[in-house]
Ligand binder design. Sequence first.
Ligand code: CTP
Ligand code: CA
Length: 223
Amino acid sequence: AALAPVARTLGGKHLLVTSGPTHEPIDPVRYIANRSSGAQGTAIGAALAERGARVTFVTGPASVPPPSGVEVIRVETAGEMLAAVQAALPADAAVMAAAVADWHVVSASGQKLKKDGGGPPTLALAQNPDILAAVAGLGESRPRLVVGFAAETENVLEHARAKRLRKGCDWIVANDVSSATGIMGGTENAVTLITAGGEEAWERMGKDAVAARLADRIAQALA
Ligand code: CTP
Ligand code: CA
């Protein structure tokens, strides 16, 4: 049977989504990365666009193609992602689904590092800017609704609750990304939506279904 069309509950709204991993260069041919495929962020971008939102989709080097019907802005590093997010504001709501690298290499080499007999190189790391906290902490230009993710491998809810408060975002979508769950890089997700008003554990479902439900909640919140 044909699926019923989705109501355009986000018509006239500008939604900002971050997605995918970031890559932090070590030298021109090497980088630090993580296992994010970008699948959940891509599904969210698609669900928001399907509901009529204008979506700015800022993505790191993901392994899945970006959704159609969104404005795609491709970045590589966390620093570039922050700049792209700032340039995309204002927005009615922001959903930060990217798995932003926490650290970058302080002085990435301009030339390929070589085995020069002196032993392996020592990489000095520095912390990346927190894009979610930066957006949540904006004054006048803060999106009305700021949604973050908390990818955890243990004590998921405690860490996620603390993260919501620390970052100043409105909602946190908490998920367990320990390897046994198969969530990172997989097609399903099991999340708990944490808001100021309470917590909802959603049953494990496809990342598309998580995205649809989240998009519907966002539409209600912005209505
Ligand atoms: N995030 C971000 N910028 C960063 C790090 C994280 O915008 N530099 C966002 C992610 O997109 C996600 C949320 O913050 O929405 C939580 O990311 P997570 O990696 O779980 O939290 P961290 O604050 O980096 O804490 P840690 O990795 O130490 O648990
Ligand atoms: Ca992190």
